[in-house]
Design a binder for this molecule. Structure first.
Ligand code: FAD
Length: 519
């Protein structure tokens, strides 16, 4: 329930907006609270005697999905979000704006470098970056607004403010419109997500030295764009600005790009393809610091193993070295909720924290920092509350890099299987032998299926190629149902489609005697 509480200062009275958008006179705090409670009770909110069944802290993909699911299951539910907009990192500054920029920069690049040979002459081509940015913002606002509508449809109360624990069943919320309120709940789910990890000694100004958030907002194409970190976000942002005309260099400490979980063979092929597109890579290279001089950035680097130092000049530097959980200000210590040495909230297999009625999901706890993982956890956590059981299969969570070609994978890698002494077969099929890819003249990459030698069960699928992010769903479903490569190979696939490459890789995966038809 939302209980009325005294505002912290007189200045925190709420301003109600008239329908034409003019500010109505300020109400005193107490009058505003009274009015709010009146409006709340009209909308059927919980009363002082009736706390919420569930309050979710954070309106990202984990939190908003949990809130909707809970309401659908009959819980009186509220979601507290401090951003002023629902959808979390993903919709506001992550998945969605980055994919909008990736999609539209790809179209621009195609129009500039590829259309002619397809018989499309478009004369004088211009980049209108302002319009591209506004198309991105429009996708974001349509989607974030859509979640507000879903909240209304499902009767989830949306509380705009910053929550902190007063007790395991009581939250203080500093409201965005001013003032504070108390919210009581029988159960609470923490879904506060993650934020960028800073590079020690490098200040992010979001203009010249940017995080992914600033990299999505640049108002001019940088001459030289330097990316610190060759993981998914660094490569996606590097691709965007390379397509729009920047000279892009990616500096990565490790010996391969793509980060955790990317198959070594795929990572090598990926680097080669991005290299052909113009991105430069400095692998096994350590960043030592950054200096701004004469309006430029100079990044000092040396070989990871030590050696000669060099300075790399850039107009804009993107720091993309990872993300860390957000727990600051939640007052977790006060109620005894445990966090680990990396700042992640510690949970058991049912998402329970160290405090009985408080669960935690998404980026702020263990596991890959992915929107769909957070959503799965949101649903499962609520199902545990309602029914005592839930389901997330961490072995079948796909990962996708939305460059062109895309890279996608699910399950285990060859390296992982080798390291664990598991015997396996490999089936591979190149897109250059797939009729649709050839028709589209988009043939970079391959599908690789890994199967257990003894049983033919699919253990992993790795795709680099057009639409890999969509195609990987086939591997996910197959693995979820414990399919063998023969099951997949005997499944009829429409022709001509890229998905036939998945079928053919499966045809080749079952060991001696099993072969693809077209390669
Ligand atoms: C550039 C970029 C691109 C990405 N692309 C992809 C992609 O393509 N696919 C993918 O799966 N993932 C992608 N991600 C990762 C994805 O965004 C996250 O994994 C996902 O958003 C995590 O969801 P969440 O609900 O756990 O947390 P978040 O989305 O971070 O949401 C948490 C919310 O909690 C709110 N909050 C925090 N503290 C409080 C508080 N005390 N009170 C009230 N509210 C609070 C925050 O304001 C935030 O809105 C990307 C991330 C970035 C940065």
């Amino acid at each position: 329930m939302i209980a009325s509480a005294p505002a912290s200062s007189a200045a925190s009275g709420w301003v109600l907006m008239s329908r034409k958008g003019f500010a109505a006179p300020k109400l005193s705090s107490s009058a505003a609270y009274a009015l709010r409670n009146q409006l709340s009770s009209r909308r059927g909110l919980a009363t002082a005697q009736e706390p919420y069944d569930l309050v979710v802290i954070g309106g990202g993909p984990g939190g908003y999905v949990a809130a909707i699911k809970a309401a659908q299951l009959g819980f009186k539910t509220a979601c507290v979000e401090k951003r002023g907009s629902l959808g979390g990192t993903c919709l506001n500054v992550g998945c969605i704006p980055s994919k909008a920029m990736l999609n539209n920069s790809h179209m621009y690049h195609m129009a500039k470098h590829d259309f002619k040979k397809r018989g499309i002459d478009i004369g004088d081509l211009q980049l209108n970056l302002k319009q591209m940015q506004s198309a991105k913002s429009s996708s974001v606002s349509k989607l974030t607004g859509g979640i507000e509508t879903l909240f209304k449809m499902n009767k989830v109360d949306y509380i705009k403010g910053t929550a902190s624990f007063q007790s395991p069943t009581k939250l203080d919320v500093a409201l965005l419109d001013g003032g504070n309120t108390e919210v009581e709940a029988k159960n609470i789910i923490i879904a506060t997500g993650s934020e960028i990890s800073k590079f020690p000694g490098i200040d992010i100004d979001e203009k010249q030295v940017v995080s992914s958030t600033g990299a999505l907002e640049l108002d001019a194409v940088p001459g030289k764009f330097l990316v610190i970190g060759g993981g998914i976000i660094g490569l996606e942002m590097g691709s965007v600005w390379s397509r729009l005309g920047s000279e892009v260099t990616v500096v990565e400490y490790l010996g391969a790009i793509g980060g955790n979980g990317m198959d070594t063979e795929v990572a090598k092929q990926f680097q080669k393809i991005l290299g052909k597109q113009g991105l430069k890579f400095k692998l096994q290279t350590k960043v030592l610091g950054l200096e701004k001089r004469d309006g430029k950035c100079f990044v000092k680097v040396e070989a990871a193993k030590g050696g000669k130092q060099e300075e790399l000049e850039a107009d804009v530097v993107l720091v993309a070295i990872g993300r860390k959980p957000v727990t600051e200000g939640l007052n977790l210590e006060k109620v005894g909720i445990e966090v680990d040495e990396k700042g992640r909230v510690v949970v058991d297999s049912q998402f329970n924290t160290s405090v009985g009625n408080v669960k935690c999901i998404g980026d702020v706890t263990f596991g890959p920092m992915l929107a769909h993982k957070a959503e799965e956890e949101g649903i499962a956590a609520v199902e545990y509350l309602k029914a005592g059981h839930g389901h997330v299969n961490y072995g079948t969570i796909p990962s996708v890099v939305y460059t062109h070609p895309e890279v996608a994978w699910v399950g285990r890698t060859s390296d992982d299987l080798d390291a664990n002494g598991i015997k396996y077969n490999v089936g591979k099929f190149p897109f250059v032998a797939n009729s649709r890819a050839k028709t589209n003249d988009d043939t970079d990459g391959f599908v690789k299926v890994l199967t257990e030698k003894e049983t033919d069960k699919i253990l992993g699928m790795h795709i680099i190629g057009p639409n890999a992010g969509e195609l990987i769903a086939e591997g996910v479903v197959a693995m979820e149902y414990g399919a063998s490569s023969e099951d997949l190979a005997r499944t009829c696939h429409a022709h001509p489609t890229l998905s036939e490459a998945v079928k053919e890789a499966a045809m080749a995966a079952g060991g001696p005697g099993r072969k693809a038809i077209h390669a």
